[in-house]
Design a protein around this ligand. Structure first.
Ligand code: NAD
Ligand SMILES: O=C(O)C(=O)C[C@@H](O)[C@H](O)[C@H](O)COP(=O)(O)O
Ligand code: ZN
Length: 361
């Protein structure tokens, strides 16, 4: 096995490493040191467990370890499934030094992390992301939670993992559509704050489309480094961290309105970033050409750049009114001044948002 890339999320006594590389699932020696107690619950789903669960369990010899296999999909990112994780921890007899391992994509990571935040008011959890999206984004930074019918991630907690172990070999089994959804969050990092990275991506669309290992690994490491730096400066989204939400106010509304799992999170973010760019141009903050450049990159990565036809702009706006960034009942969005220059914009006028939503309808 090649030595993994190791990055660091600097959060004082809650700092943790991010390991990125091939073969890590079978390299318990690299990550077991982050498990301190005797009880371990591995949480996975019915798609991932047959592929990888036995290999992770094989690394947990000598511990009191159990596994819980949840149903697959965004539609199951619910409080009901959290109750199942908590019941499994009770059955295991998990004490305060227990550790939850999240083996899966962002859905499993968000849920396992939230259950770990709740059990006995907070126990360790270790992220083992198996999707590109989870490797570049959701496994890092400690946002955990579930959806409600009213909106995405409306219930949750900030709860940092004790380590992130990203075995890049697991991407070999990831379906094409899921891989591309992960690329949307990769593009997001360039769009929000790193124009050089966006240019780097533009030069590598062909390599990324054929999943060239070197290009994909470098992209994961660069995204994690970017996110780790932002999270270290603003762990609980008092300011700068909100920039990681570029495209998400529109995107979450689309996911909720279409029905969870219909539009993948990354697809919704791709469309949402284009809508944020369109709104920025409408408000005179940015040139339309920047939005066109972003859309060209997303299209080169086979991602959608416009919402499905026939959606109701008022229904989308209603979802946007429940976004967690809003303050004082006013919309607060992440817009931009151009590639790499995202900004938090308060008091956005609903009529401008409606105009962007109606353009696409
Ligand atoms: N906490 C955060 O900071 C954060 C950041 C971004 C996204 N998210 C959340 O993450 C979720 C999306 O995550 P996702 O895109 O990973 O989706 P996902 O977790 O639903 O996984 C995508 C699909 O791929 C399957 N899968 C996972 N790994 C596989 C593998 N190696 N081989 C074959 N199949 C595999 C899954 O079973 C699922 O069907 C959303 O709920 C989103 O809100 C959270
Ligand atoms: O880590 C963050 O901060 C992000 O915003 C990353 C997003 O990609 C992610 O989808 C996150 O879950 C969205 O957060 P939310 O607070 O809008 O639910
Ligand atoms: Zn996201």
């Amino acid at each position: 096995m090649n030595a993994p890339h190791t990055l660091h999320v600097g959060l004082g006594d809650r700092s943790y490493p991010i390991l990125i590389g091939p073969g890590l699932l079978d390299a318990g020696a690299d990550w077991r040191t982050h498990i301190h107690g005797r009880h371990v619950l591995v949480v996975s789903n019915e798609m991932i467990a047959p592929l990888y669960l036995s290999r992770v369990m094989a690394q947990l010899g000598g511990l009191h370890a159990d596994a819980l296999v949840l149903p697959d999909g965004e539609a199951y990112k619910t409080l009901d499934q959290i109750a199942r994780v908590l019941e499994a921890l009770a059955t295991l007899g998990a004490s305060r030094d227990a550790c939850v391992i999240a083996l899966g994509g962002g859905v499993i990571g968000d849920m396992a992390g939230f259950a770990a935040a709740c059990w006995m008011r907070g126990i360790d959890f270790l992220q083992m992301p198996t999707t590109l999206l989870a490797m570049v984004d959701s496994s890092v930074g400690g946002k955990t939670g579930v959806n409600l019918p009213a909106g995405k991630n409306l219930v949750g907690a900030f709860h940092q993992p004790c380590a992130v172990v990203a075995d890049t070999d697991t991407l070999d089994t990831l379906p094409d559509r899921e891989y591309r959804a992960g690329l949307a969050e990769v593009v997001k990092y360039g769009a929000l704050g790193d124009a050089d990275f966006l240019t780097w991506l533009e030069a590598r669309t062909e390599a990324l489309n054929r999943r060239d290992t070197a290009a994909v690994t470098e992209a994961i490491a660069r995204c994690c480094a970017h996110k780790a730096a932002i999270v270290a400066r603003d762990e609980t989204e008092r300011g700068e961290r909100a920039l990681l939400n570029l495209g998400h106010t529109f995107g979450h509304a689309l996911e909720t309105e279409c029905g969870y799992g219909t539009l993948l999170h990354g697809e919704a973010v791709a469309i949402g970033m284009c809508q944020a760019a369109a709104l920025s141009a409408r408000l005179g903050m940015a040139e339309a050409a920047d939005g066109e450049r972003l859309a060209r990159l997303l299209q080169a990565l086979h991602l959608p750049v416009a919402p499905p036809q026939g959606l109701d702009a008022e229904a989308l706006l209603a979802h946007m009114r429940l976004d967690k960034k809003n303050l004082g009942g006013r919309l607060r969005l992440i817009l931009w001044r151009g590639i790499g220059r995202a900004e938090i914009v308060a008091d956005v006028d609903e009529s401008d948002v409606r105009a962007v939503l109606e353009t696409a309808a």
